[in-house]
Design a protein around this ligand. Structure first.
Ligand code: 7RM
Length: 651
C-alpha cells in the first residue's frame, strides 16, 4: 500500500448519510460565506432553547472576546435528557461496560433523567448553586455523567479531574477555581489495578480551603475513611431522598459557563479552559451528528475517559444531546486481554467506534486473531482522535477492524476547540490515511509561516491557525484572561493559533504534523515539558532538567528527560527511582519518563536558554544532525550528551 492511498466513500454509505459530497461542498460554502445564517439555522434545529438570541455571534480576536447566541437561554441537561423523554424515554442512553466484562448496566433516558434530578437535588441541599464550582474526580462510572449533568442542570460549573491524576494535581485544580464540593469514589478499578480515589482526595483536600464537602460514590466494597461533617455518602443520601426530588432546571444564558477543564500548555501550570453553554452544546451536537452520521439506533462507543475533553464532548454531551446510545467503558483495551474492545463491539452491537491511535498501535502488536474472533458486522464507522495516526495503524484499523467496509474519520481538535474542527464526513469525504482531511462546517483554517505570513493555495506547510470563531471555542482561561489572549491570539494577530504544525496538500487536505510548541502528546495525553521538568526537579536530586518528546512506537511520543544531578545527590540506581516517584506524585503516572539521562550540563545559549532543538535531535537518535552548535555557551556538552544517550541505547 502506498503512502498516498485514497479511500473513496463506499457507495452504500453516501446514499444513506446525512451529508454527501455535494451537500458538504454546498453547506461548507454557505457556512463560511454566511456563518451567522448557517449557525442560526443549526442552532434552531439541533438545540432546544428557552428563548432565542439577539445576535448569533459577536467577536473580537484582539481582546479574545467571543460570544455565541447572545441573549439566548437554554439548559444543557434539559437538552440531553428532558427533551428526549416524550419520544425516546425508554431508549437506552448509557450502556455502561464495567471493568469486569460481566458488569454491565443499561440506563434509559427516563432513568438517567431521574438520577440526574436526584443528584441535582442533593447538590442543592449541600449549598451548591448557579456559578459554583464542583470538582468531579470519578472513574468511568455512570455517576460521572450523572454528576456532570446534575451540575449543568442547576447552573453549577464542573471541573472533571482525570482519576489518574495525583493528589497534588487535584489540589491545584480545586484551588485554582475555588471548588465548593468534590465528588469522588471510594476507589476506582481499571484493568488489574485499583485506584485509591478517596485516599488521594483526602490528601488533596487537606490543603483546599474552599471545599465544604466531599460526596463519595461507592464503586467497590472496600471501606474508606469518612470525615464526619464533611464527607457524605452518595448512596445513603439518595436512599434518604427517595422520590422527593426536584425536576427544575436553571435557565442559563448562552454564555454562562458550563465547565472548566484543565489542560497542559507550554509554560507554567495547566490552564483552566472555560467552555460556555449554548455554543459548546451546539458544536458538540452538530459535530457528533454529522461526523459520526448519527441515526436513531446507533450504538456509539467513544473510548475516552470523561477526564479529558473527548469524554466530555463525545461520551457525554454530544451523544446525549442527540438522543443516541453512548457506551461508557470503565476498563482498558487490553483487559482481560487484547480482544476486549471487539468483545464490547460484539456484545453491545456497537455501530460507531471512536478511539485513539495509541490504543490502535498497542492492539496491532497483539495480533489480528484478537480482533477476528469477534463479530464486528455491526460496525459502520470508525474514528480516531488525539494525535496523528500513522498510515500503518490507519490501514490496520480500516482493513482488519473495519473489514475494509467502514470509513475512518480522523478527527482533529483540542480541549480549547470544544469539539472537532477538521475531519472527514463519512458519506462525503474521500479519505487518505493519516490526514484529518477537510474542515467542518463554519471552520476557516489558515496555514501561516513562522513569521505569520498566510500561505495561500494548496501544497503549503506551516502552522495551523483559525481565522473565524466557531461556537464550541473556549471563552477564556479561568481567572486569567490575559493568558488566553497571550497564548492563542498574540502570536499571529487576528488569528487563533492552535500550536500545531500542518500541511495542506494539493487537494486542500490537512495533515496535522504535531505540536510546534513545548507541549508533548504522550499516548494521546497532553503534557507540558515545563510541567514535567518542574516535577523532576522537585525530586530533590536534580538541579536542572530538560524534557523532550522522543519517538515511541505505541505512545507516538515518549518522554525523554535530560537531568543534571545536584552536587549532593549521591549515586546509585535509586536516583532514577526518586525522579520517577516525584513525577508520579506531582503529576501522574502518565508523565513517567521513558528515558532518563544524567548529564553534567545542558546545551544552552550564551543568554542561558536551553536549546531543545539539539536535545530533540539527540533524543530522536539523529546524533549527527544536531545542527549549528556555535551559539552554545559550551559546545562540548553536546558530545557528552550524545555519548550518554548512545551508551544507554547500546544496552
Ligand atoms: C481532542 C484532543 C490536542 C492536541 C492537538 C494535536 C493533537 C488531536 C489529532 C491531533 C493529529 C488528530 N484534545 N491532536 N487530534 N493530531 N491528528 N486527529 O486530543 O487538547 O488533549 O490535545 O492533540 O496536537 O493540538 S487535547
Amino acid at each position: 500500500m502506498t503512502a498516498n492511498a485514497r479511500f473513496p466513500v463506499p457507495p452504500g454509505v453516501a446514499s444513506k448519510a446525512h451529508i454527501n459530497a455535494t451537500s458538504y461542498e454546498e453547506l461548507y460554502r454557505l457556512s463560511v460565506e454566511s456563518p451567522e445564517k448557517f449557525w442560526d439555522k443549526q442552532a434552531r434545529s439541533l438545540i432546544q432553547w428557552r428563548s432565542l438570541w439577539r445576535k448569533v455571534v459577536s467577536w473580537d480576536f484582539a481582546q479574545a472576546n467571543v460570544q455565541w447566541f447572545v441573549g439566548g437561554k437554554l439548559n444543557v441537561s434539559e437538552n440531553c435528557l428532558d427533551r428526549h423523554l416524550l419520544h425516546r424515554g425508554d431508549n437506552v442512553a448509557i450502556i455502561w461496560e464495567g471493568n469486569d466484562p460481566q458488569d454491565v448496566r443499561r440506563i434509559t433516558y427516563r432513568e438517567l433523567h431521574r438520577e440526574v434530578c436526584r443528584t441535582a437535588t442533593l447538590l442543592k441541599k449541600y449549598g451548591v448553586g448557579r456559578g459554583d464550582r464542583v470538582a468531579i474526580y470519578l472513574p468511568m462510572i455512570p455517576e460521572a455523567a450523572i454528576c456532570m449533568l446534575a451540575c449543568a442542570r442547576i447552573g453549577a460549573i464542573h471541573t472533571v479531574v482525570f482519576a489518574g491524576f495525583s493528589a497534588e494535581s487535584l489540589r491545584d485544580r480545586i484551588n485554582d477555581c475555588g471548588c465548593k464540593l468534590l465528588i469522588t469514589a471510594n476507589e476506582g478499578v481499571r484493568g488489574p489495578k485499583t485506584i485509591p480515589l478517596k485516599e488521594t482526595s483526602d490528601e488533596a483536600v487537606a490543603a483546599c480551603p474552599t471545599i465544604k464537602n466531599i460526596l463519595v460514590v461507592r464503586r467497590t466494597d472496600t471501606p474508606c475513611s469518612m470525615t464526619p461533617g464533611r464527607d457524605i455518602s452518595y448512596e445513603e443520601e439518595l436512599a434518604a431522598l427517595g422520590d422527593e426530588y426536584d425536576t427544575a432546571v436553571e435557565s442559563m444564558d448562552s454564555e454562562d459557563p458550563l465547565f472548566i477543564l484543565y489542560t497542559s500548555g507550554s509554560t507554567g501550570k495547566p490552564k483552566g479552559v472555560l467552555h460556555t453553554t449554548g455554543g459548546y452544546l451546539l458544536h458538540v451536537t452538530a459535530t457528533h451528528k454529522y461526523i459520526f452520521d448519527i441515526k436513531e439506533d446507533d450504538i456509539f462507543f467513544c473510548g475516552a475517559d470523561v477526564g479529558w475533553i473527548t469524554g466530555h464532548s463525545y461520551v457525554v454531551y454530544g451523544p446525549l444531546s442527540n438522543g443516541a446510545t453512548t457506551v461508557m467503558f470503565e476498563s482498558i483495551p487490553t483487559y482481560p486481554d487484547a480482544g476486549r474492545y471487539w468483545d464490547v463491539v460484539e456484545r453491545h452491537k456497537v455501530t460507531i467506534f471512536y478511539t485513539a491511535p495509541t490504543a490502535i498501535r498497542a492492539l496491532v502488536k497483539e495480533g489480528d486473531h484478537h480482533v477476528k474472533r469477534y463479530d464486528r458486522s455491526s460496525l459502520r464507522i470508525l474514528g480516531t482522535v488525539g494525535e496523528p495516526i500513522n498510515a500503518d495503524a490507519w490501514l490496520w484499523y480500516h482493513d482488519i477492524v473495519g473489514e475494509g467496509r467502514c470509513p475512518i474519520v480522523d478527527t482533529w481538535w483540542q480541549t480549547e476547540t470544544g469539539g472537532v474542527l477538521i475531519s472527514p464526513l463519512p458519506g462525503a469525504t474521500e479519505t487518505k490515511p493519516g490526514s484529518a482531511t477537510r474542515p467542518f462546517f463554519g471552520v476557516q483554517p489558515v496555514v501561516v509561516d513562522e513569521g505569520g505570513t498566510v500561505l495561500d493555495g494548496n501544497g503549503v506547510t506551516g502552522r495551523l491557525c483559525i481565522k473565524y470563531p466557531w461556537p464550541g471555542m473556549m471563552r477564556t482561561v479561568y481567572g486569567d484572561h490575559q493568558r488566553f489572549v497571550q497564548t492563542y491570539f498574540s502570536m499571529y494577530p487576528g488569528l487563533y493559533f492552535t500550536g500545531d504544525g500542518c500541511r495542506r496538500d494539493e487537494d486542500g487536505y490537512y495533515w496535522i504534523t504535531g505540536r510546534v510548541d513545548d507541549v508533548l502528546n504522550v499516548a494521546g495525553h497532553r503534557l507540558g515539558t515545563a510541567e514535567v521538568e518542574s516535577a523532576i526537579v522537585r525530586s530533590g536530586v536534580v538541579a536542572e532538567a530538560a524534557v523532550v518528546g522522543i519517538p515511541h512506537d505505541v505512545k507516538g511520543q515518549g518522554i525523554g528527560a535530560f537531568c543534571v544531578l545536584r552536587d549532593d545527590a549521591g549515586e546509585g540506581i535509586d536516583l532514577v527511582e526518586r525522579v520517577v516517584r516525584s513525577v508520579r506524585e506531582v503529576i501522574s503516572p502518565i508523565a513517567t519518563p521513558d528515558a532518563l539521562w544524567f548529564v553534567s550540563g545542558l546545551p544552552k545559549t550564551r543568554s542561558g536558554k536551553i536549546m531543545r532543538r539539539i536535545l530533540r535531535k539527540i533524543g530522536e537518535g539523529e546524533y549527527a544532525a544536531v545542527g549549528d552548535t556555535t551559539t552554545l555557551a559550551e559546545p562540548s556538552v553536546v558530545e557528552e550528551i550524545v555519548e550518554v544517550v548512545k551508551r544507554s541505547r547500546d544496552v
